[in-house]
Each structure stands twice: as C-alpha cells, then as structure tokens.
Write a protein that binds this ligand. Structure first.
Ligand SMILES: [Zn+2]
Length: 347
C-alpha cells in the first residue's frame, strides 16, 4: 500500500468471514478465501483491493434452531456443540494462515499487528462472539488463550451461563434482561488476568454496567452505534458512550443498515453518509480517540454502496468529504484499535 494511491489501511473491529466459510457449501473454502472469487464480503484479494488491513475475526456458533424462547430470545447452543464448532472455526483461521503463505497472520500482540500491516499481511485477531463453548470452570478459555485467542464477547444476542445478550429490537432501550451471573463475573476477572479483550457489543445494559464495575480494562464495543441516532437495542446510549470514554475504550462503527438509520428501515439503498453521521456524533460526544470501525462484514446486511471489503475506501472518502483531517481519519481507520488493544493486552 503506497501513500500515492491515497489508501488508508483499515483495521476493523468485527467480521464474520469464519462463520460464512464454516457454513459454506462450497469445497475448498480455505483456498477460495486466499485466492479470491468468493461471494461474501471478505476474501484476501478483496481485502487487499479495499485496504482492509486486518481485524478481529469472530468465531460465532449459530443458535440450534431458528426458534425463540418465551421472551423472544434466540436459544444458545449446548456447550459440547459450541466447543466443537468454535474449534472448527478457530482451526479454519489457522489453516488459512498456513495456506496463505504470509498473506494472513494470526496476531497475538499489538507488535504482531503493526508488523503484519507493514508487510501487507492481513492482521487477524482471533475473537469469539458468544462463549457458549466455555463451561463454568473456564478451562476452554485458558486453552484457547494459549492457542491465540485475544478477544471475546461473553454473549451474542441470546442468554448463556455468563450473561444476557441483548435481543434485536428496534426502538428499544438496551436495558433488557438481567445482569451478569456469578460465572459471568468470574469470566470478566479471568479475561483481565489473561489480558483478553472483553467486547460489549451484544451485551445488555445491566451486563454492561457490571463489566464497567468489575473490569480493569478499557471498555470496548467492537460493532455498535449511537442509540441517540438509531434507537436499536444493540446501540449504545450516551451514558454508555461516556463510560467507554472514561476508561480509554472505543466504539467500532457497525455498517449494518439495521444499526444506522433513524427510521429503523432495513433498506440497503442507505447512503454511506449514514455511517459518517454515527462517527461524527460519537467523536463529538466522547472524542475522536474513541471511535473506530467495526464493519460486521459477512455478518449483517450492509449498504449496497459498500458491496464488499473491496469498497472499504469509500468510507475513508466519505470521511474526507465530510471534512475529517488525515490525522483523525488514521485514528478511526486503524490507530485507535491498535492503541486500545495494546492498552488491554500490554506491550
Ligand atoms: Zn455481532
């Protein structure tokens, strides 16, 4: 990547390509991801073309059935199934790394991320979104951490033994459901000990405030937006944004149309400027050092204009058009993420 083509490398807080590959019916998905031609939002050639330099790559285990409980929640998968699927997806990332001949690196430190980005290798961080794979004793966490796990969201949008994931509701407060369980509180403490980042996207509000009280790490929501602009239960209230600022944390802006629009309409003909509206609001409220990107590529429906990671630089162009200077753009595009990970993980 050269400065002459004006590309700004993006380190992105959330993608679901491992889930897409895991559920793909195509053969040779590892090869397809490395060599391109994939249907989804991200493969390595698309990432290269759009200046997507890396990001948090989520392991996510789907709910066993497309049914909900009496509160309208998705049900969590059982632990043995979740562990089996989580290991399959983590192994997919390691197999991609091996096959990629240096085009993708699994990063375990901020230095790893910087070095991968310098080399033009996709800087991936292994993340789990919803830790149904873990039992109360957290043995799985200790082992997966040794394998390279550096970030986790205790919940996806469903309850589990640790916490209560906020259900998807438009025009709703995120204050739905109970606080962390005792095992959930222990999970937060062990994440702090192991220096594993705790992601609060998908956490309900009571759980959010429990983590704020217990955790000694910066508060991070990897792919959530401003509730004041789009009153979705997955977005962050002003009070939550302020708490994130006070701990030196950050918010990754989600490109999903459900979390962008004021009217909650699921319209794919949503302009990229909707995304800038959220960046602008959060930067004005809590400062430019606390805003970053969290595309949710391969995990949600994004605006047509941002068809795939190959079009990633449209977000940068829209920020320039809106008057953000290059220093601010670099912070939002990658510097803030690397800084918050370094603060969380240590040097
Ligand atoms: Zn998510």
């Amino acid at each position: 990547m050269t400065s002459s083509d004006n590309m700004v490398p993006v380190f992105d807080g959330h993608n679901d390509f491992l889930f897409r590959l895991h559920t793909s019916e195509q053969d040779k998905v590892v090869e397809g991801f490395c060599e391109g031609g994939e249907k989804g939002h991200i493969d390595l050639p698309k990432a290269k073309k759009g200046g997507l330099a890396g990001g948090l790559c989520a392991v996510y285990v789907p709910s066993p059935i497309k049914e909900v409980d009496s509160d309208g929640n998705f049900l969590a998968p059982d632990q043995p199934t979740a562990l089996d699927t989580s290991l399959a997806m983590a192994s997919m990332l390691f197999r991609i790394e091996a096959h990629s001949k240096g085009a993708l690196t699994v990063c375990r430190s901020a230095a790893d991320i910087r070095s991968a980005m310098d080399k033009g290798s996709f800087a991936s961080v292994l993340h789990i979104e919803g830790v149904e794979a873990f039992d109360h004793d957290l043995d799985e966490l200790y082992v997966l951490h040794q394998a390279g796990l550096r970030s986790l969201g205790p919940v996806w949008s469903r309850p589990n033994i640790f916490a209560y994931g906020v259900p998807f509701r438009f025009n709703s407060t995120p204050d739905i459901g109970p606080a962390l369980t005792e095992s959930g509180k222990r999970l937060i403490k062990v994440c702090n000990e192991l220096k594993v980042m705790i992601d609060l996207s998908h956490m309900n509000e009571k759980g959010f405030w429990d983590v704020a009280e217990i955790s000694d790490a910066p508060l991070v929501a990897s792919h959530s937006n401003a509730h004041a602009l789009c009153p979705h239960s997955r977005n962050l209230t002003d009070k939550q944004l302020d708490a994130i600022r006070d701990t030196g944390g950050l918010v990754g802006i989600n490109y999903g149309i459900s979390f962008l629009r004021e009217d909650g309409q699921r319209i794919t003909d949503t302009p990229v400027s909707e995304l800038i509206r959220h960046i602008d609001y959060i930067a004005n409220r809590i400062g430019i050092d606390h805003v970053a990107l969290g595309s949710d590529y391969d995990g949600t429906t994004i605006p047509d204009a941002l068809a795939s990671a190959a079009d990633q630089q449209l977000v940068i162009a829209e920020m320039r058009k809106h008057g953000f200077d290059e220093a601010s753009i670099n912070k939002v595009a990658h510097e803030n993420w690397i800084n918050v990970l370094e603060k969380t993980w240590g040097p």
